[in-house]
Each structure stands twice: as C-alpha cells, then as structure tokens.
Design a protein around this ligand. Structure first.
Ligand SMILES: O=c1nc2n(C[C@H](O)[C@H](O)[C@H](O)CO)c3cc(O)ccc3cc-2c(=O)[nH]1
Ligand SMILES: C[C@H]1O[C@@H](n2cnc3c(N)ncnc32)[C@H](O)[C@@H]1O
Ligand code: SF4
Length: 322
C-alpha cells in the first residue's frame, strides 16, 4: 500500500485488495533464509511510500507488530537480513532525514528513483498528478539529505512515461549535479516504462526501444565514470544494445521472488545474461549492493561483515560458494 498513486504502478494496492498486505516479519525471515540457500548476496526491500499516513489499517498493523512506522519495520527486516548473511538495500520512497539515518545503520546503500526532474509530469492528466512524493523538488531534497548523511545512493529515471526528450536529458543532468555536489550517487538505473494491465497507463505504449537506448547512451556520455544499470527483465531482447550504449550493471536477479513492480516480466536465466555479456566483450561478476568505491561511506560494523566474502577488487569472491 502507498500514500501515492502513480498512473504506471501495479505494485500498490488498496486495503482490502487481495494483494494488499505487509509481509509479516516471520515471512521475511523465511525468504531471507531461502535467499541465502540460493546464494543471494543482496536483500532488496521495496515498499510503498509511507502507507501508514494514508491508511489507518496499516498504522494499526505496524503498531501491533511493534513498529512506529514503515521505516522502523524496514530497519528490523534489514537487521534480519544481516543476521542471515545477506546485505540489505532499501527503497521505501521518500524518507525523512531521521529515517535515512536509522536505515543507514543496517543498509549498505539505499535507493530512491528520481523518476524525472520534470514538474510537468505532476500536472493534471500526467502520471505523477496523484503522487506528491514524485514532485522533483521533494525527491531531490531526499537525495540531498542522503548526500549530507553520506549514504551511498542508487537513483535513476523512468523513461517513456510522457516526458519530452529535453526533460529526459535534464533528468540525467540533475542526477549528475547531485553527484557533483555530494559524491554519493553509486549507481544510476535507467528503467524503461512498461505498461501494466489494469493501471491508468495500461494501454499506453511502453518506452520505444530506440529512444530508451539513446537515453542510456546519453547517460553514459554525461557520466563517464558512473555505474549505470538497466534491469534485464524489462528489455530481454536488447542486452547487447545496452552494453554498447555503455551500461556496466544488470541489477538484481532473484531466484526466489518475482519482480513485484513488473510482475509480467520474468527474471532471465543467469547463464543467458552471462553469455550475452561475454559475447559483447564483458565479464559478468557478482557485486555487493554497495560498489567498492563507496564502501568507505558504510558504517564499519557493516563493512566488516562483507570482508570474508570480498575479493581483491571489493567484489564477491568467485570461490566463496565452493
Ligand atoms: O538497484 C536497485 N534496483 C532496484 N530495482 C531494480 C530491480 O532489480 C529490477 O531490475 C527492476 O525492477 C525491473 O523491473 C527495483 C526493483 C523493484 O521491483 C522495485 C524497486 C526497485 C528498486 C531498486 C533499487 O532501489 N535499487
Ligand atoms: C521501483 C521503481 O519501479 C519503477 N516502476 C514502477 N512502475 C513501473 C512500470 N510500469 N514500468 C517500469 N518501471 C516501473 C519506478 O521507477 C519505481 O521507482
Ligand atoms: S511507484 Fe511507488 S510511489 Fe508510486 S504508487 Fe507505486 S509504490 Fe507508490
């Protein structure tokens, strides 16, 4: 559940919908244990935006479980992940500075998509009209607070939701400026919009492949040293285009859970991603949810947990699982 209503989102639910529930902590623990058995490294926590502000049912559920809000619940889940030997990365939308500070204690990095720097997309008839958290000034403020708190951040844009190409370019430059000011953007995701059945934008065309690939190339040209990710499940036929355009990251692939944000898009086989990356001249490696060059921003107790699994480059040791 979520206090926002983005026109492209199939993830959010209203109380009473079949899929509307917060995952009980016991279920979270179960999934984490399964994830460890499947050799996962990262636990990605994603929630709606402050659902307790909109729905009393959510607030009472959280209180019954012993949490003052979604952020406390996520801090608890993140600690469980650490206890099971996984490394948490949380994206709960806009968080207050005290909540960012709380989650920095258990997360090696946090995520918040800028989506777009265009305020026009929040006007009537546009995808963010009913999503106050997606007003660019609000998102930029959270990303700046994260910079002041020295939290390694993953951000990104959603491409093809009705922005003009000028607005798409401005969004790339806005992310670059953030990083120039605070030096905390560890990674940028370029996510292509895919229409989800049943949503307000369900009958719109998805991001055009050529336009999206050009956005990727522009991001690479604007930020030669940035880590740039395209999720592999949303464009299964264009891997080599993205590699040529300049990405160096495929994001997470889960062996145990679907992509709850785009449930129609199955995760690819690792062997296929590996094979296509290799054919384009790249080597697929396993990373932690914090890039090595940002690890010094991570609290020392968390950093120490990574040490036994790390190779000389700060990536996950190839022989760790043998
Ligand atoms: O590296 C990240 N990947 C994130 N991803 C990317 C994910 O790995 C997938 O590649 C895409 O969601 C594909 O739909 C998310 C996926 C979700 O299903 C929901 C939220 C996110 C948010 C992040 C994030 O904060 N950081
Ligand atoms: C978790 C992230 O998933 C993205 N997201 C939400 N809905 C969609 C969709 N229909 N298609 C592609 N990406 C989407 C947003 O960018 C959000 O921040
Ligand atoms: S994209 Fe995020 S903020 Fe928007 S409705 Fe979905 S869960 Fe809420």
């Amino acid at each position: 559940m979520c206090r926002d209503t983005c026109s492209y989102c199939t993830y959010r639910a209203e109380p009473g919908d079949a899929k509307a529930s917060m995952m009980p902590v016991s279920r979270v623990r179960e999934l984490l244990q399964m994830a460890k058995r499947y050799r996962c490294v990262e636990a990605l926590f994603v929630t709606g935006e402050r659902p307790e502000e909109r729905y009393p049912q959510v607030r009472s559920w959280l209180l019954r479980e012993g949490f003052s809000g979604t952020a406390e619940y996520l801090a608890c889940c993140s600690q469980l992940a650490l206890d099971e030997g996984l490394f948490p990365h949380t994206n709960a939308g806009n968080l207050h500075a005290d909540e960012l500070h709380l989650l920095k204690g258990t997360n090696v990095s946090l995520g918040l998509m800028l989506e777009s720097s265009s305020a026009r997309l929040a006007e009537r008839g546009m995808p963010h009209h009913q999503a106050p958290s997606k007003v660019p000034a609000a998102r930029l403020e959270v990303l700046e607070n994260a910079g002041r708190l020295r939290i390694p951040m993953t951000t990104g844009i959603l491409v093809g939701i009705g922005e003009t190409s000028e607005e798409m370019i401005d969004s790339i430059l806005a992310m670059r400026s953030l990083h120039e000011r605070y030096g905390h953007i560890q990674e940028i995701i370029l996510q292509n919009f895919q229409p989800e059945p049943g949503t307000a934008m369900g009958r719109r065309p998805g991001a055009q492949a050529a336009y999206f690939t050009r956005a990727v190339a522009l991001a690479r040209i604007a930020m030669p040293d940035m880590n740039i990710q395209v999720p592999p499940n949303l464009s299964p036929d264009s891997y080599q285009d993205f590699l040529l355009a300049g990405i160096n990251d495929w994001g997470g692939i889960s062996p145990i859970t679907p992509d709850f944000v785009n449930p129609e898009f199955p995760w690819p086989q690792l062997a296929r991603v590996d094979g296509l990356s290799r054919a384009a001249g790249f080597e697929l490696k396993c990373r932690f949810p914090v890039y090595p060059e940002f690890a010094q921003m991570v609290p020392q107790d968390l950093r120490e947990r990574m040490l036994p699994m790390q190779d000389d480059c700060g990536l996950v040791r190839e022989d760790y699982w043998r």
